[in-house]
Design a protein around this ligand. Structure first.
Ligand SMILES: Nc1ncnc2c1ncn2[C@@H]1O[C@H](COP(=O)(O)OP(=O)(O)OP(=O)(O)O)[C@@H](O)[C@H]1O
Length: 353
């Protein structure tokens, strides 16, 4: 939490109630985010939820709160087992047990969703053997620049920065690297990229739960992990292995994202559970982690991901974009408030927005 204060000042009561309801936090947590100064109130939220700020302003006005209200996003760095990457506050690993469940598409869309919710976001494509981030961002022929032949400037795309082995070597070359070489490449990619000040660096891990994934997950100072799965049994069994893998290396699992949860018929509006129903949700319950999103199987996701025109940027008002933002807010909130990750570091990283 950013700072705490007592709730002796009653004027914060109605505002705390609004914040608690809007962001699914306790009133105590809400009060801890508020600071009164002069005749105004500043709310500093430790999670990204910017699209809901106007709603809070509106409800506050309706509740008769006349003090000028400023709402800011102030995401803090969380403790990790390893030394953090320069200027990167939190690293979120996006993994999947099974291949082809939509891990990369989810990672890229979540990155833009977090950005639209007010966070500074980067993507590290750690899928050394099958990097798809360059294609999904629509810049596969670009190359990161370097001033000293060692450090790389990440590529910027629609407000998100990214680096990927796919920008550096031809795809057929990286795909034959053995484990140690691949993990060295990833280490360099993570550490030698000149990341700007970031609230979240999303890491698109290779699919699977073997030694390679384990080593990669341990090489980067990961704050928390997301597991992407589809709802059918086959994928869930592998997703469970993914959770076990992160548990083994003490990386907290932020939640499960159930991708391709349902297909909504554009003609009749009925929802069809193509890959079975609620599998991700049940797994989350069994494993004691949150199901942070149920994303539909939708042609627009595939078209925009494969076409390099991120859905969230091309069609921010699309219902699926909204679903990604709902998921992004929950991920950010979980990271800030729910995980037993220890205190925020409260470090001023000398970053200014
Ligand atoms: N919710 C969705 N609706 C429709 N298509 C989707 C959805 N999510 C992903 N896809 C599509 O499914 C295909 C596989 O997705 P993606 O490459 O993200 O999977 P992956 O799990 O990262 O695969 P890999 O195991 O190869 O790394 C892509 O064509 C992608 O555009």
């Amino acid at each position: 939490m950013i700072f705490s204060r007592s709730n002796k000042d009653n004027s914060l009561g109605p505002l705390a109630e609004i914040l608690a309801t809007t962001f699914a936090i306790t009133e105590q947590e809400a009060v801890a985010c508020c600071q009164q100064h002069g005749d105004g109130i500043t709310v500093r939220l430790p999670f990204a939820a910017q699209t809901l700020h106007p709603q809070v302003q509106q409800q506050a006005a309706q509740a008769g709160i006349t003090a000028p209200l400023t709402i800011e996003t102030d995401i803090q760095a969380k403790q990790t087992q390893h030394k953090r990457l320069n200027r990167v506050r939190n690293v979120i690993a996006v993994g999947s047990g099974k291949g082809g469940v939509g891990k990369s598409a989810t990672c890229v869309n979540l990155a833009f969703a977090l950005m639209q919710e007010g966070a500074r976001v980067g993507i590290l494509d750690a899928d050394i053997y099958g990097p798809s981030v360059p294609i999904m961002l629509g810049n596969p022929d670009d190359h990161p620049g370097s001033d000293d032949g060692k450090h790389l400037h990440p590529l910027s795309r629609h407000g998100v920065v990214a680096n990927s082995i796919g920008y550096l070597v031809p795809p057929d070359k990286a795909s034959i690297w053995r484990g140690p070489m691949a993990s060295r490449a990833l280490q360099q990619l993570a550490q030698d990229t000149l990341w700007p000040a970031l609230d979240y660096l999303l890491v698109d891990l290779p699919p699977g739960t073997g030694d390679i994934q384990l080593t990669l997950a341990q090489q980067i100072p990961v704050t928390g992990a997301l597991i992407v799965t589809t709802p059918q049994d086959l994928a869930l069994a592998d997703a469970r292995k993914g959770i076990a893998m992160f548990n083994k290396v003490n990386i907290p699992v932020l939640g499960i994202v159930e991708n391709m949860s349902y297909f909504q018929c554009p003609s009749c509006g009925d929802k069809h559970a193509i890959f079975s129903q609620h599998g991700g949700m049940s797994l989350a319950e069994r494993e004691g982690v949150a199901c942070v999103g149920q994303l539909p199987l939708d042609i627009s996701v595939r078209e925009h991901a494969d076409g390099g025109t991120p859905l969230l940027v091309s069609q921010p008002d699309h219902p699926v974009s909204q679903a990604y933002r709902d998921c992004a807010r929950q991920v950010s909130r979980t990271l800030a408030l729910d995980l037993g990750l220890g205190d925020d570091l409260g470090i001023d990283l000398m970053e200014k927005r």
